[in-house]
Design a protein around this ligand. Structure first.
Ligand SMILES: C[S@@+](CC[C@H](N)C(=O)[O-])C[C@H]1O[C@@H](n2cnc3c(N)ncnc32)[C@H](O)[C@@H]1O
Length: 231
């Protein structure tokens, strides 16, 4: 199935979902992202609707933000267009040191798990980081370990909505979370994605990014790390 078929139908709902969940990510990301010097370059791999473009543009002179979903990029350009930020429709696997150079910061949030092939993707991402530069990566983990069936995914959706209600006291937000997490396209993702367990995440990312610092406290379904490439 094409990327458009998998991601475009969720774009509008996902943008709202991302806003609702932003408070889970933004404080950690704001603390994790250093101020960068003049001419510094960042890449956002799987930028979605561009919610972190501003955070990057405040710190980096140029930002290359790539995604495979045309609809998400339309929303990103319309709502998070910033001087210095270039949105490009291409796979993160097509961002290469030969074509793009290396980056002082490589950011990727909740995207790598969609590609599933960690053995290929993690070294690829590492190779995009310039000497002395940093990777800041956040991704989905599966608390259940082995692949969960559709009923469990529906239940995770209910739990997510309940957490949202507790956190935000906003029934409309909890309702949106419930709707997107029961959406047929979300269920399609749930059936095919294979997020790593937290333990496997630490192993795989720790091997690819030696010395990375992990954060496990953002959300039961999320693991984050920062890593600096030796200069
Ligand atoms: C869960 S969304 C996260 C978007 C954004 N990082 C955020 O946190 O709001 C995952 C994104 O990965 C994108 N994506 C999936 N496979 C990709 C690939 N091979 N290269 C670039 N982006 C990809 C999807 O289109 C989608 O926008």
């Amino acid at each position: 199935m094409s990327a458009a078929a998998l991601f475009d139908p969720l774009a509008e709902l996902y943008e709202r979902y991302a806003e609702i969940n932003d408070e889970v990510y933004r404080p950690w990301l704001t603390a994790a992202l250093d101020a960068a010097g003049p001419g510094a370059r960042a890449a956002d791999l799987g930028c979605g609707t561009g919610r972190f473009a501003g955070l990057l543009a405040d710190r980096y002179d140029s930002v290359v933000a790539v995604d495979v979903s045309a609809r998400e990029l339309e929303l990103a350009r319309a709502r998070h267009g910033r001087p210095g930020v270039t949105y490009e429709r291409r796979s993160l696997l097509d961002v290469t040191p030969a074509a793009d150079g290396r980056f002082d910061l490589v950011l990727s949030v909740n995207t790598i798990f969609h590609l599933r092939d960690h053995d290929r993707v993690l070294p690829h991402v590492r190779d995009l980081v310039a000497p002395g530069g940093r990777a800041v990566l956040v991704d989905i983990v599966s608390p259940a370990g082995p692949p969960a069936g559709p009923l469990r995914h529906r239940w995770y959706g209910v739990q997510d909505a309940a957490r949202t209600l507790r956190r935000r006291r906003a029934p409309a937000d909890a309702w949106l979370v419930l709707r997107i997490r029961q959406h047929p396209t979300w269920m399609l993702h749930a059936a095919t994605n294979r997020p790593l367990s937290r333990e496997r995440f630490h192993q795989a990312y720790g091997a690819a990014f030696p010395g990375a610092e992990f954060t496990d406290s953002l959300d039961p379904f999320v693991c984050a790390l920062t890593w600096r490439r030796p200069g």
